[in-house]
Design a protein around this ligand. Structure first.
Ligand SMILES: Cc1ncc(COP(=O)(O)O)c(C=O)c1O
Length: 464
């Protein structure tokens, strides 16, 4: 039996088994099926159990990980084009192993100043990426949803009185559901989340937003925030951020940009051109577990005026933490977020940045933009398909020209049955729409060209 504090030999033996599995798993991604659900539920049931009273051996736990990996969509593989891929960087896996081993507390800097410094390096880099001033601050969150939540709470605190129920916020019909959820969690009635119509390119219609704000103000409501998307989940549409910033300035609204999907394209010239004006946003959500290819569990929020982020999250000094320093040269991140104890996310981001350099991310993201063009142009050649929206970033939506929702659902099934790619669907303009999102560092041109062939064959098999 393995004691709670294993011997060095036991740790080495288990560690080597885990590392051997990890290396072989990653080596095999190119040939692995893009999804495998056939027995997944049966296998899941087989693993239903209460924990044993007496402990067991380590190898069955590696087998458990393998059962998870084998009976699922392969989110880490090059064929994963569903939802928003990331893929998981090995450097981050190693950072997690080491950071959870030393188990240092990062959220109050006095407990482990070097850890806080590394996390601060990451946050400063994110602020600098968007041209934010020195007084900007940020936090690493578990993901984009929590970042959006903290952004809405900050906007509420900055712009509304304690009694805030007449406050209204404006989001495009295409915004991610986490924005409305954030507003709900922040205490707003659903009706206070105003859905702004979109232009034919599926971008927020700023004139329509302006009218809605004016009408709401005339009706005695208190418009306080506008949320723009730097890449929607559905189609990758980028809202006109500069025009949104103008409207926000005119109407004294907090401008939040949800860049959970698209944010890191700011590293590329094309991304910066599309996000023009983003530096004027009051806050920006980013998801390193998407655009930096990190494993799930790392999002981020940056706020131009850091004091506002703190004002919304700091509830006063707790007596039992009096031994730790005040917010100073390094921030007490806990005072800027909803969390106190949490994992050391900064190391998970810093390892890959230090090991590969920023240029590796810039190049990979540039490649993804090129690949989206390749996919778009390839699918445009299939006469039975319509592609109503050119990719602004790396989402390529398409559907059958003539075919109802059921036919499109069958098409998606056939594409995914190839097991070489795994795509997902959404509903746009009331119609079932298939979408491919290229955002894994493991997806390259060969797989994208293969995807085009798979879609062509699937379409042909449907109309035969
Ligand atoms: C635009 C956008 N915002 C927010 C989110 C939510 O992020 P998370 O899943 O990290 O909570 C997503 C996730 O796909 C997204 O695409």
């Amino acid at each position: 039996m393995i004691p709670l504090d294993p011997s060095p030999e036991q740790m080495r033996e288990m560690g080597e088994a885990a590392l051997a599995y990890a290396v072989e798993f990653l080596r095999a991604r190119a040939e692995a099926p893009a999804s495998r659900f056939e027995e997944a539920e049966t296998v899941a049931r087989r693993y239903r159990a209460s924990p044993p009273e007496q402990g067991g051996e380590f190898p069955p736990l590696v087998e458990l990980v393998d059962a998870i990996a084998r009976n699922s969509a392969d989110n880490a593989g090059p064929g994963f084009l569903a939802y928003i891929p990331g893929g998981g960087l090995f450097a981050s896996s190693l950072a997690d192993l080491l950071s959870t081993t030393i188990d240092r507390f990062v959220n109050l800097w006095g407990e482990a100043p070097v850890a806080a410094q590394i996390e601060d390096n990451v946050v400063r880099w994110l602020c600098d990426l968007f041209g934010y001033p020195p007084e900007s601050r940020g936090v690493l969150t578990s993901g984009g949803s929590m970042a959006n939540f903290s952004a809405i709470v900050s906007a509420r605190k900055a712009k509304l009185p304690e009694d805030f129920l007449s406050g209204t916020l404006y989001v495009s019909e295409q915004a991610h559901a986490s924005v409305a959820k954030a507003a709900m969690l922040a205490g707003f009635p659903v009706r206070n989340v105003r859905r702004v119509p979109v232009t034919p390119e599926l971008r927020l219609d700023v004139d329509a937003a302006r009218l809605m704000v004016e009408e709401d103000r005339a009706a005695g409501l208190e418009p306080f925030a506008l949320v723009a998307s730097a890449g929607t989940t559905n189609t990758g549409a980028v809202d006109p951020i500069a025009a949104c910033a103008d409207l926000a300035a005119e109407e004294d609204l907090w401008l939040h940009v949800d860049a959970a999907y698209g944010g890191f394209f700011q590293l590329t010239e094309r991304g910066r051109a599309r996000f023009r004006g983003i530096e004027r946003a009051d806050s920006i959500t980013l998801d390193p577990h998407k655009g930096m290819f990190l494993p799930y569990g790392t999002g981020g929020l940056v706020v131009r005026d850091g004091a506002r982020l703190r004002a919304a999250h700091h509830a006063g000094q707790a007596a039992y933490l009096q031994d730790l320093g005040e917010d100073g040269h390094l921030p007490n991140f806990a005072e800027y977020s909803a969390e106190l104890s949490r994992d050391f996310r900064g190391l998970r981001v810093w390892f890959p940045l230090a090991l590969h350099g920023v240029s590796a991310f810039r190049e990979a993201l540039d490649e993804k933009l090129d690949l989206a063009r390749v996919l778009y142009e390839g699918l445009c050649e299939v006469p039975e398909l319509e592609l109503p929206w050119e990719p602004e970033l790396t989402v390529v939506p398409f559907r059958l020209r003539e075919g109802d929702d059921a036919a499109n659902a069958r098409l998606l099934e056939r594409i995914n049955a190839s097991k070489r790619v795994f795509l997902s669907s959404t509903v746009v303009e009331g119609r079932f729409t298939i979408r491919a999102c290229i955002l894994s560092h493991r997806t390259h041109e060969d797989r994208v060209r293969e995807c085009i062939e798979i879609v062509q064959e699937a379409v042909a098999s449907l109309v035969r």
